[in-house]
Design a protein around this ligand. Structure first.
Ligand code: 0RA
Length: 646
């Protein structure tokens, strides 16, 4: 190739690269899912994933994440460092290629087993494109190398800025506020629970997180360091800390099956909840997929075989279903797949067929060994399964009652429901209101065209502690099912939700702004989390935010949602302002409730999202379980919704 041709070729390629980066800025959601809170945090995961790749390749054992004062993020690793030499095809430093070329990924050699990679595995160049400023520092070959970028464009060629005997990569980026228009404020809790999760999924790796925006009582930055020596079994212990185990040890497997690295850990506890968490390349696959179905098949098959052989089922008068083997089970399935096919609404469902058999074999092997070596535990598990089957039969009956009602349309709607007149569910909202009296006020205050009211009496059942047939027998819960038009259970899966007749696309939980109210709110959320998780996942569940104060002076009046806001208003109004504190919804009249909490033009609804399924599971079991001390500690330390709200 002539020099001229080379130059042309180079510039053609770099134009392509530029277009790639421009495309990321034009269509960020295609690369990171969304440009809201989730997408913002995804930037951090994307960079950390590259460091995790280094760790999985055996070159890195420390990762640090720092939230800087200005909400920029710094990640530090002690891997090999991104190569800085000339990239022959591109004619610039490899570092520049990694940072500015979409799809360059990171590794150039095809042999390297790149299996991590965030939601879409898009690479650090995407983070660069979406940052107003990014600085990469590489410690490699005795030197320190540096390059900075603005909105993904390099500001100068890679340069050496000093000597060092360290290895590693440090990246600091500040998200572009013109892309992330909603917020660039990072949540420490969201990042820290992901880092904890990553440390369990990658044993032997130390991951620390520091928040330089906040100091603790000792004047030190908020910081945590995560390290797991044995990985998944420790993760299980962490998740089940407030549940009562049915056995001493976690049952675990680690190995390769048909070329697929598989790790599984599980334990049975005395609860009635099924907690399966599955991961592919460190990504939580909350829609499941082939690895999860492989797990289920292996579990059912092995336990059924054992139970049949034990004679314990001989006098049983009813069948045992797949579900029955998973009541009170907490399990984690983690696989590494070289070319994962992600499917489903949120692209978190594994499609690769071959993985199913790998996991199923791993589970059969692990369980068969365990049952042989622990006959007492084996018996305990079978007894638990029989109890679950019994309860399921009772629940089936209770559920049929609920469904019969649903079919009878209007006649079947709960008497306490004040329905709206609009028929299109997309336009309808239902308020679940604490108490009959607040329910009455809400009914007067609402816009009856599109707002329905369902008052709930006092504290609803704590589903965390109740067997499922009790849940389906409960009046308030039956009312929620019938009012929402949601049914549960099909031939194959007794817990499958049918949302096709959902009557309201917004379900708003409206409770008093006090301790009791937040407890009731948590009870209702626990119910949705355990029995209608898809409603949360599909973005249908919201929390209303009634004001705490009314500040008045003469004819002037304003509402305040925090102590801070109240003080501001008082300062604004000057001397002589009067304050009314709302202890509950009941203290507001219909007009005030509408103005502050129900009118779509002025209210703030908090959408409930699950940003970390495993952590949400742990928190619900802790908040609603039997052990009081950890609950108190948690409530004192955090706002109750720290980990679950938007
Ligand atoms: C390309 C090739 C190699 C490593 C990396 C990229 C790499 C990327 C990141 C991003 C954050 N930390 C990272 N660490 C490494 C292989 C390097 C070699 O062969 O020496």
């Amino acid at each position: 190739m002539s020099d001229d041709a080379k130059k042309q070729n180079y510039s053609a390629d770099s134009i392509q690269a530029l277009e790639g980066m421009e495309h990321v800025r034009m269509r960020p959601s295609m690369y990171i899912g969304d440009v809201g809170v989730r997408g913002l945090h995804h930037l951090v995961y994307e960079v950390v994933d590259n460091s995790i790749d280094e760790a999985m390749a055996g070159h890195c054992d420390r990762i640090e994440v720092i939230i800087n004062e200005d909400n920029s993020i710094t990640t530090v690793d002690n891997g090999r460092g991104i190569p800085v030499g000339l990239h022959k095809k591109e004619g610039v430093s490899a570092l520049e290629v990694v940072m500015t070329k979409i799809g360059a990924g990171g590794k150039f050699d095809k042999d390297s087993y790149k299996v991590s990679g965030g939601l879409h595995g898009v690479g650090v160049s995407v983070v660069n494109a979406l940052s107003i400023h990014l600085k990469a520092t590489v410690f490699r070959e005795g030197k320190v190398w540096e390059q900075e970028y603005e909105r993904g464009k390099s500001m100068y060629p890679v340069k050496s800025v000093g000597d060092s005997d360290k290895n590693g990569t440090t990246v600091t980026f500040r998200p572009d506020t013109t892309i992330f228009t909603q917020t660039i404020e990072y949540s420490y809790d969201t990042l820290s629970s992901r880092m904890r999760e990553l440390s369990y999924l990658n044993k032997g790796l130390t991951i620390s997180i520091t928040d330089k925006r906040n100091k603790d009582e000792k004047g030190e930055f908020i910081s945590e360091t995560f390290y797991s020596e044995i990985g998944l079994p420790e993760f299980i212990k962490y998740l089940d800390a407030t549940r009562e185990p049915l056995m001493k040890d976690v049952i675990a497997f680690e190995g390769e099956k048909n070329g697929v690295p598989v790790e599984v850990a599980m334990i049975y506890n005395t609860s009635y909840a099924e907690n399966l968490h599955s991961y592919v390349n460190n990504i939580n696959t909350h829609e499941g997929g082939t690895h999860l179905s492989g797990f289920r098949r292996g579990l059912t098959h092995t336990l059924k075989k054992f139970a049949d052989g034990s004679g314990m089922l001989d006098k049983l008068k009813f069948d045992i279903a797949g579900d029955d083997f998973r009541e009170g089970l907490t399990a984690i399935i983690s696989v590494k797949v070289a070319e994962p096919q992600f499917e489903g609404q949120t692209k978190t469902k594994l499609g690769n067929r071959e993985v199913s058999a790998s996991v199923s074999q791993a589970v059969s092997e692990m369980l068969t060994d365990y049952l042989e070596e622990h006959p007492d535990d084996a018996k305990t598990i079978v007894q638990k399964v029989i109890l679950a089957a019994q309860a399921r039969h009772a629940a089936q009956k209770a559920r049929e009652m609920v469904q019969r009602k649903t079919v009878m349309s209007i006649g079947g709607l709960p008497g306490k429901l004040s329905d709206c007149s609009e028929q299109d569910p997309a336009k309808c909202e239902v308020f679940l209101v604490e108490g009959d009296s607040a329910g009455g006020t809400a009914k007067q205050g609402r816009d009856r065209m599109f707002q329905a009211i369902l008052p709930l009496r006092g504290k609803i059942l704590n589903v965390e502690k109740a067997m499922s047939h009790r849940v389906f027998e409960n009046e308030e819960i039956k009312n929620i099912f019938t009012a929402l038009g949601v049914t549960i259970g099909t031939e194959e899966d007794s817990k499958a939700l049918n949302l096709s007749k959902l009557r309201y696309h917004k379900v708003v939980i409206m409770c008093d702004a006090d301790i009791d109210g937040s407890h009731i709110e948590t009870l209702i959320l626990t119910f949705f989390f355990r029995y209608m998780k898809e409603l949360i996942e599909n973005g249908h569940i919201y929390i209303a935010t009634p004001p705490l104060y009314l500040v008045k002076k003469g004819a002037k009046k304003r509402y305040a949602w925090s102590d801070e806001e109240r003080s501001e208003i008082m300062a604004d109004f000057g001397d002589g302002s009067k304050i009314q504190r709302y202890k509950g919804l009941g203290e507001m009249n219909a007009e005030q409730l509408w103005d502050t909490t129900m009118n779509p033009n002025f209210r703030t609804l908090r959408q409930v999202v699950i940003d970390n399924g495993a952590e949400a599971d742990r928190i619900f079991s802790m908040l609603m379980g039997d052990e009081v001390p950890p609950r108190r500690e948690f409530i004192e330390k955090n706002a109750i919704y720290a980990n679950i709200d938007a």
